[in-house]
Design a protein around this ligand. Structure first.
Ligand code: TXA
Ligand code: MG
Length: 366
């Protein structure tokens, strides 16, 4: 398949020349094709959410197990009612506060949404993104776009069009380059189908922000489960039981090709441990990297490739850079990667969740 790459300046998404491109992109979606596009969190790989064949194509393009459901993206809150049924008051309250934005809600599925889109589940994930290109594309594409992150299954989610080009050239009809995304980690997911709301994936919308609207909210205890299935595990291999509730959180994800260790705890002890680990790796002749904070970046021996993710006191900055750094580790052929833990501020949960998955739960607490 030929992949067309087009560029839209997000600030000009509603200008006539952008609309013309988006109209064509919308036609691709409506006729069952696939378009990668920017959102405020990460790039998405979009297809018509109402079309079972389009959803199957998404799974194939990503190399994703078909039991890992897709998020349905809408461009007006009213369309929630064409996506879900038995919608609780809490969903409207969350929509009023956080939509459009980086929050996904799990609700009971509307019969018009094919089970191919929801990975066989009778629940559906719904999100109304704030990115103007995403909004215009959803509207042009008929209102309901199923979109996982636009990476090959298992790889870090794409935060630039270059990442999508790397992973999806030949697999999608069009890639819309809208520049670098703002947030850099995927949306927070909250499940509203149980008695109490449960966070299935931590993101930019933090537990305390959700609590302001919902009162009570829990975090899925299964997120800490150590075992990650390989992404190619496929349908039927997901064990029931204590793992994460969101199917996608059970799979290995983000892992670079080199081996990776996450070191958390007291800052000085953490730096010391990483100094030891990296010195050892260098002595073995390994290409060695550290994912560090700006404050501690100078602490590591010469010969180590230091990636500065951001300030230790600013998890939003770290979130913004993380996936690009994980990809760069592969591009630069890093064989041993040590990541510092980032534990300051509530948003650091979203960062740590991605780091924990990237290192396959290979974690040392000092
Ligand atoms: O920020 C985002 O959410 C991005 C952009 C493109 O919107 N999308 C994204 O999609 O991260 P994806 O497919 O990479 O991750 C969706 C996650 C997966 O872990 C999936 O298992 C979970 O949402 N999910 C989807 N539907 C679900 C459902 N009905 N019940 C539980 N988890 C669900
Ligand atoms: Mg993903």
């Amino acid at each position: 398949m030929e992949t067309e790459i087009v560029r839209i300046d997000p600030g000009r998404a509603r200008e006539p020349e952008s609309r013309e491109i988006l109209r064509r992109a919308g036609e691709i979606i409506k006729s069952g094709g696939l378009v990668a596009f920017p959102t405020e969190t990460v790039y998405g790989l979009g297809g018509n959410a109402l079309d079972a064949t389009a959803s199957r194509r998404i799974y194939a393009a990503k190399g994703r197990p078909s039991d890992n459901p897709l998020i349905v993206h809408i461009a007006e809150t009213a369309d929630l009612e064409r996506t879900a049924v038995e919608i609780p008051e809490s969903a409207y309250a969350l929509a009023a506060r956080f939509w459009p934005g980086p929050l996904t809600m799990i609700l009971k599925k509307h019969p018009d949404i094919p089970t191919e889109t929801t990975g066989g589940l009778d629940t559906v994930a719904v999100r109304f993104p704030s990115h103007p290109v995403a909004q215009e594309l959803i509207a042009a594409g008929g209102g309901f776009i199923a979109a996982p992150s636009a990476n090959r299954s298992g790889r870090p989610s794409p935060t630039t069009a270059a990442h999508c080009i790397e992973d999806l050239t030949g697999q999608v009809n069009m890639i819309i380059d809208g520049g670098e995304v703002g947030i850099g980690v995927e949306s927070s997911i909250v499940d509203l189908t149980e008695e109490k709301p449960v966070i299935l994936r931590p993101g930019y919308i933090t537990p305390s922000m959700l609590r302001e609207v919902l009162g009570e909210v829990e975090t899925d205890p299964g997120l800490d489960a150590a075992a990650d299935l390989p992404p190619e595990a496929g349908s039927g291999n997901v064990p029931a039981g204590p793992g994460p509730k969101a199917p996608g959180m059970r799979y290995r994800h983000y892992a670079p090709q080199g081996s990776m260790l996450l070191v958390t705890g007291d800052e000085a002890a953490m730096v010391e441990r990483i100094r030891q680990e990296t010195a050892q790796a260098l002595a073995q002749g390994k290409r060695t990297a550290v994912i560090a904070s700006r404050e501690t970046a100078d602490a590591y021996p010469g010969g180590v490739r230091v990636f500065v993710a951001g300030s230790r006191h600013d998890p939003a900055e770290v979130a913004h850079h993380l996936f690009g750094i994980l990809r760069a580790c592969d591009e630069e052929g890093m064989e041993m990667i040590c990541a510092e833990g980032f534990e300051e501020g509530e948003l650091s949960r979203a960062v740590m969740n991605r780091l924990e998955k990237a290192c396959g739960h290979n974690i040392v607490r000092v």
